[in-house]
Structure formats: C-alpha cells, structure tokens
Write a protein that binds this ligand. Structure first.
Ligand code: NAI
Length: 217
C-alpha cells in the first residue's frame, strides 16, 4: 500500500463506509466488484471511488474491478483495525453504558480498558466485564496503562476540567459525545465529535425541502 499523503479527512471519513459495504459483499459471497457496481450500491460516483482508493495505491485492476476480500483487508489495514488502541470511557450514564455495550471496539481497532465515573452508585459496578472506577483514579490509571483514547460521555459542563486532566495525563485523542468543543482549547489533540442531533437536523432539513418541492409541483 502506498499512501499519497496527505489524505483528506473527507476521504478518510468514507473509508468505514467502504469497509462496511465490502463486508456485506464478502458475507454475500461476492468475490469481485467493479467500481461502477460498487458506486451504484453506495450512492457515490465510480470516479469518486477510484479517486478515493487511488489515495492509497488503487487496488483495482482494469477490466476486473476490485477483489472484494483483498480490498476489505486493505481498508482494514488502512484504518488500522488490527492495532487495538487502548481506550477509556468516562461517564457511565445512559449514553456511556450504551456505547460500552453496543460498540464492538475490538473489531474497530480499539480495546476498552477502563470505565470511569464520579457517581458513587456507579463506582465499583461492572459493565462489559470492566469495573467502573472513580475519576479521582484517572491520572494514576493513565500513568500505569497509557490509554491513548478517551471516550467522553459526560455533560458539557464537566468536560473542560476533565479534558485538562486527560491531556496533561498524555491522552491526545478523543471520541467526544459531550458537546464540548475541545479543539478550541487544544491544537494538538485529535477529536472526533459525535452529535447525533446534527444528523437528525440534517434529516429534518432534507424532509422539509422535499415537502416544499412537492408543494410547488
Ligand atoms: P447521564 O446523566 O445518564 O450520564 C452522565 C454520566 O456522567 C453520569 O453517570 C455522571 O455521574 C457522569 N459524570 C458527570 N460529570 C462527571 C465527571 N466530572 N467525571 C466523571 N463522570 C461524570 O447522561 P447521558 O444521557 O448519558 O448523557 C451524557 C452526555 O452526553 C449529556 O451531556 C448529553 O448531552 C450528551 N449526549 C450526547 C449525544 C451526542 O450525540 N453527542 C447523544 C446523547 C447524549
């Protein structure tokens, strides 16, 4: 694999989607696929797919298309799914419990090694085989186990102080559900913000646009 760097974030954001579609094709026993067929399935153009994959060396063959198994493995490799980055999750409330229970971390290249909360009713309980620890133990834990990723499922009001502690303890990557804007404060951290309601509002816009179009027809 030869990476033509730097690869844009929008290309990187499409990779998990390629991986998911190829996984489904693989499961369905499909051995090879053309960029045109893949584009029809994914709602992208064939040229977009070729351009995206060319950032990493191509992988397709003229007249043959893509070998599904090997492209699936290549994308897994590009995404680093075999790296198992150590992650901790902070805030074991409704959202934190759901994330811990329903995300298959190992299949996504991560290993969940710690759960933290400040609520005495949660500390000491066990979730997904991990005992919830008091956040006062965070700094010691980081020193001992060197997690590289923190998953923030805490309220925005708590995130600022906590992030300060985490960054000082060496954590520079965040999967951030907290609605707290980390990038405003730190310029050397990698942040993936997740805002489910953004997706919902985007849906709302599109539905409203369709209504407007139907009314003018
Ligand atoms: P929750 O109240 O059930 O859970 C929050 C947990 O964080 C509690 O267990 C609480 O004890 C813990 N916590 C609070 N401050 C803490 C601190 N300083 N250190 C350690 N633990 C602390 O709330 P829920 O429903 O789980 O939501 C959590 C946050 O995620 C909310 O602020 C909500 O706005 C946000 N959220 C974001 C979504 C998104 O799409 N990004 C979707 C749903 C919720």
């Amino acid at each position: 694999m030869s990476v033509k760097s730097p690869v844009s974030l929008s290309v990187i954001r499409r990779l998990p989607r390629y991986y998911r579609f190829l996984g489904e094709l693989k499961k369905a026993g499909c051995a090879r696929i053309s960029s045109r067929e893949l584009s029809e399935k994914m709602g992208l153009t064939a040229s977009q797919i070729r351009q995206d994959l060319n950032c990493f060396g191509g992988f397709g063959q003229q007249g043959y298309g893509y070998n599904v198994n090997s492209l699936y493995d290549e994308i897994a490799n590009i995404l680093g799914l075999n790296h198992q980055l150590n992650a901790i999750l902070i805030g074991v409330g409704n959202l934190g419990k759901a994330v811990a229970a329903h995300i298959n971390f190992e299949e996504r290249g991560f290993r969940l090694i710690g759960l933290f909360d400040q609520n005495p009713n949660l500390i000491g309980t066990v979730r997904e085989g991990i005992t919830v620890m008091d956040t006062s133990y965070l700094v010691d834990f980081c020193e001992k186990y060197h997690p590289v990723v923190a998953i923030l499922c805490i309220p925005k009001s708590a995130a600022g102080e906590l992030c300060e502690r985490l960054v000082t303890s060496g954590i520079k990557s965040f999967w951030n559900f907290s609605h707290y804007d980390l990038t405003l404060r730190y310029d050397d951290v990698i942040v993936e913000n997740v805002h489910l309601s953004d997706s919902l509002m985007t849906l709302g816009y599109r539905v409203n646009e369709r209504f407007k179009q139907n009314q003018t027809q």
